[in-house]
Write a protein that binds this ligand. Structure first.
Ligand code: ADP
Ligand code: MG
Length: 612
């Protein structure tokens, strides 16, 4: 007997499941797309424990005939394509009849369906690809699929699953994108029986965006519409005042289906580039209709990235369309009076504070003197707050740094502290507004002021965090932040960690939070941006990190964003304080991201270079 054997069908299905079923979110996507294809008007998704325990998708579509229900789980069984040309058209992207077979091979699946022309439904249950039960069952018109025990027979894949919140955040991202793509369908998403999102399904894209992303984004959208020879662009893009730290709010759809395409993202970002801060990303909901000849035929249903051929045309049309839309928009920054600020201003009998939209909820920090009046303000923490403030507000000095520097430029500064006892440090100058020069017995050291300050703040924050003793200040006007469902879940999960770090917030409507207290460190900083970016960063990182690592990221992030920047002039006093505290820190030589804080040029090297 020969050695080559045919793999059994269920093993073959498990292998192909590896491509289709990467994680719970991929199952959700396949099931939702099946419901959409069945012309559902309502799709309800119920998830338990990030999909590990249950993924349930229920629709009111046309249903499946009892005689077809078993065949639906066969590999390459589909009612959607008839020949190879269909497969190569983007309109049928993803139809290969693989999804249900793949899912059923790695989980326990139960499907209950009633065809629209039948009086009764049918229920089928499969495990490991085998049908365990099939019988008539009462049902409303439509289909309900329940997936349990995911990856029970593929332990390597099971182990690969991330935390509940990470897996759920992937799911919520997919549901968001599908809901935007199909605004005529009402989507409801539940996690552990809690409703996470609900869209009206009235066919109005803006209402759908409002339901998913909140009023602040929905009220700041510009309609985009552009007809070209090969492509048609439509949808909404946000005014440049509305940005995000990551690409989570850049949504693209090709011929009605959510896609990821880095070229489209680049074209959009390019069009926004002069209008928003570097590092921030725009918010767009962009529908691209292309002639199918422009879609790379080499698409695979699970490939995240869809490729376009003649990509230059696509790039140009998108960049042009976005640029034109932004230009047409009212260029004056919209001014809005924040109602809380208005009330406050009236109480204080001062002129109302009108501000640019972008800064409107920047969060004014209470002065420490105000806090003395605050009954609930704890004395010792007030003292700590003042201490810390003295230590860290390098840039608060009223003196003109240049003036002070010239007065002091002939003076030499000596720092004597524990670690510098045998190694006297002499501060020489700040150069390029970015580096501090010091002379030590080892040689001339060039200190990167940002990295140095980051190291100092990182250690301080870490210590305070560990001792649960972070110096905080309450905000006179709380900062309102609207989050995506995904972000909201994350902040809820890490609420305690945020609190221990000094960031205290309360819920304000579904996905909105009110930041009421922040670390003293954030004084005079753009609280809102920093916290928003921190949350976006955590959502990104949350995919792969443990809780302890997440906490470390938070601390690193705050230290980095609040440290003095390169290019910031410092007076002698400020420079000296950084140098002193740097050498008092546990590791003065590396910043928290392990970049060097300083470089050293020894006297020998100088002499060699000079040729002495
Ligand atoms: P594909 O979607 O590529 O055809 P699937 O494995 O996802 O392959 O589904 C197989 C078939 O089962 C579909 O072609 C469709 O006929 C049927 N089907 C699956 N889900 C549903 C649903 N929710 N409503 C109606 N029919 C469905
Ligand atoms: Mg399918």
């Amino acid at each position: 007997m020969g050695e080559i054997k045919q793999l059994p069908q269920n093993v073959a299905n498990q292998i192909s499941a590896g491509e289709v079923v990467e994680r719970p979110a991929s199952i959700v996507k396949e099931l939702i797309e099946n419901s959409i294809d069945a012309r559902a008007e309502n799709i309800e998704i119920r998830i338990k424990e990030g999909g590990r325990k249950l993924i349930q998708v229920k629709d009111d579509g046309h249903g499946i005939l009892p005689e077809d229900i078993k065949a639906a789980f066969n590999r390459y069984a589909t009612s959607k394509i008839k020949d190879i040309d269909d497969l190569y058209s983007l309109y049928s992207l993803g139809f290969r009849g693989e999804a249900l077979a793949s899912i059923a091979s790695v989980a326990e699946v139960e499907m209950l369906s009633r065809h629209k022309e039948k009086e009764n439904g049918v229920k089928i249950r499969l495990k490991g690809g085998e049908v365990i039960k099939k019988k008539p069952a009462a049902s409303t018109i439509g289909t309900e699929v329940k997936v349990r025990d995911l990856f029970y027979n593929t332990p390597a894949r099971y182990k690969y699953l991330k935390t509940t919140s990470t897996e759920f955040s992937h799911i919520s991202r997919i549901v968001n994108a599908e809901a935007v793509a199909n605004s005529e369908i009402s989507f409801k998403l539940y996690h552990n029986n809690k409703q996470i999102l609900s869209t009206p399904g009235n066919g109005k894209l803006k209402d759908c965006i409002y339901a998913l992303y909140g009023a602040e984004i929905a009220d700041n959208l510009l309609k985009i519409d552009l007809e070209d020879r090969y492509i048609n662009l439509s949808g909404y893009i946000a005014r440049p005042e509305q940005t995000r730290a990551g690409r989570s709010h850049e949504l693209f759809f090709a011929n009605g289906r959510p896609i990821y395409n880095s070229l489209a993202a680049k074209a959009v970002e390019n069009a926004y580039s002069k209008l928003i801060d570097p590092g921030r990303k725009p918010i767009v909901f962009l529908f691209i209709k292309v002639n199918p000849i422009l879609v790379d035929v080499n698409v695979h249903p699970t490939k995240k990235e869809v490729k376009f051929s003649r990509s230059q045309i696509i790039y140009d049309v998108i960049a042009k369309g976005v640029r034109k839309t932004l230009k047409k928009a009212d260029p004056t920054t919209r001014i809005k009076l924040n109602s809380t600020q208005k009330k406050q201003a009236e109480q204080n009998n001062t002129t109302p504070v009108y501000e640019k939209q972008a800064f409107k909820e920047e969060g004014r920090l209470k002065n420490i003197s105000d806090q003395k009046k605050n009954k609930s303000f704890n004395k010792s923490s007030q003292h700590r707050a003042e201490e810390l403030q003295k230590n860290i507000n390098y840039s608060d000095s009223n003196e003109d740094p240049k003036k002070q520097f010239s007065e002091n430029s002939k003076k030499e500064y000596l720092i004597n502290n524990d670690s510098a006892k045998e190694n006297k440090i002499k501060f020489l100058a700040q150069i390029f507004n970015s580096y501090l020069l010091i002379e030590t017995a080892e040689g001339l050291k060039i200190i990167d002021q940002h990295n140095a300050h980051e190291r100092i703040l990182y250690e301080k924050l870490y210590k305070e965090y560990n001792e649960k003793n972070t110096a905080t200040q309450s905000l006179l006007i709380p900062v309102k932040i609207e989050l995506s469902a995904e972000e909201k879940l994350l902040v809820d999960e890490y609420k305690e960690s945020f609190k221990e770090l000094g960031i205290n917030f309360s819920d304000f409507g579904k996905n909105t939070i009110l930041i009421q207290e922040v670390p003293v460190l954030l004084k005079n900083k753009s609280t809102r941006n920093i916290i928003e970016e921190l949350i976006a960063e955590l959502v990104e990182e949350g995919r792969s990190k443990s809780a302890a690592e997440i906490q470390k990221t938070m601390i690193e992030y705050l230290a980095c964003r609040t440290a003095v920047k390169a290019g910031q002039p410092l007076n002698n006093q400020e420079s000296l304080r950084i140098i002193k505290e740097l050498f008092e820190s546990e590791n003065p030589y590396r910043c928290p991201h392990s970049r060097p804080v300083m470089i050293n040029i020894s006297k020998d090297e100088i002499e060699k270079g000079i040729g002495r």
